[in-house]
Ligand binder design. Structure first.
Ligand code: GDP
Length: 296
């Protein structure tokens, strides 16, 4: 993860402020400006960075800073708390219960890592004793069913799909019937993606959702898409009732800011992050350790 760079820059900004003989409004503003630049370059949306700085200025008391309290700690703690609260949408997402059948629908753009993540998610719960199953309702991408089949077979997870049926709604319904009859308690529906956010994709998502009534819609987002994260997440939220987010490719060039944007845009928590191509390169998302890593 390219998070350490950001931590380094924030540390330097705090150090410069600590070195100043008098801490006044000007010195604090300069320090926060430097922290803002670092966060923006780590892909945190500009508007969120600005809100954060306004909040920090309200919280941090200049008199405390001047009185020789640990200035670095006070500001670092304020930044930490602000980032944590930005990652907290205020309500937990739906959590599957063993033995109680639930349907989870995955949405996201093509290439975001959706199909890979479906299997990782299924595998994660299989290890906890669930009986998961995978449905490939992606009839748009050639090879999608083969990919899901291959992943599912490796993990010993039952799967459903078709090489000939072109209607994703029909596949999703048939898959659901099959796995409900088999008493699977976690039925995962992988849907089509497109290269960009387009009307046909969103219409298809709405139809599959209407046919499957998912307990949870998970939006899968590539963590390395930079400042595009907010708009992309918002577009999906507007078309599907997204209830949770998974950020993929956090092992690559992702800088972390995308996670904050996705939460803000979907008002839903990040629940897992993908940290590699392999099935178990998948971590439960925890806010505080993530922010600690972000700040170095
Ligand atoms: P889909 O089109 O959204 O279904 O995306 P895929 O699941 O086919 O993934 C696209 C590419 O991203 C594949 O080469 C995956 O192996 C890769 N990928 C998915 N998740 C991760 C991740 O967390 N880290 C890395 N490095 N690669 C990933």
């Amino acid at each position: 993860m390219v998070l350490a760079e950001l931590g380094g820059r924030i540390s330097r900004a705090l150090q410069e402020m600590t070195n100043a003989t008098v801490i006044d409004e000007k010195v604090l503003t300069a320090c926060l400006n430097e922290i803002s630049r670092a966060l923006f370059q780590a892909d945190v949306q500009l508007k969120m960075v600005q809100t954060m700085c306004t909040n920090i200025k309200k919280i941090v008391n200049l008199e405390d800073l001047a009185a020789g309290h640990n200035k670095r700690r006070i500001i670092q703690q304020a930044v930490f708390n602000e980032l944590c609260s930005m990652l907290d949408p205020g309500k937990p997402s739906f959590s599957p219960q063993k033995g109680k059948p639930s349907v989870i629908m995955f949405v996201g753009l093509q290439g975001s890592g959706k199909t890979t993540t479906c299997t990782k998610y299924a595998y994660h719960y299989q290890k906890k004793g669930f009986k998961p199953a995978l449905i490939c309702a992606d009839t748009f991408r050639a090879g999608a069913f083969d990919q899901l089949k291959q992943n599912a077979t490796k993990a010993n997870i039952p799967f459903y799909g078709s090489y000939t049926e072109t209607d994703p709604v029909k596949i999703a319904q048939e898959g659901l019937e099959t796995f409900r009859a088999e008493k699977c308690d976690l039925i995962i529906v992988d849907t089509s993606g497109r290269h960009k956010q387009e009307a046909a994709l969103f219409e298809e998502m709405r139809q599959v959702a209407a046919a499957t009534s998912p307990d949870l819609v998970i939006f899968v987002m590539d963590g390395s898409i930079g400042q595009a994260a907010f708009d992309q997440a918002q577009a999906f939220k507007q078309s599907a009732s997204v209830g949770a987010v998974i950020i993929t490719k956090m092992d690559g060039h992702a800088k972390g800011g995308g996670a904050l944007s996705a939460v803000a845009a979907t008002k839903s928590p990040v629940i897992f992050i993908g940290t590699g191509e392999h099935i178990d390169e998948f971590e439960t998302f925890e806010t505080k350790p993530f922010v600690s890593r972000l700040l170095g």
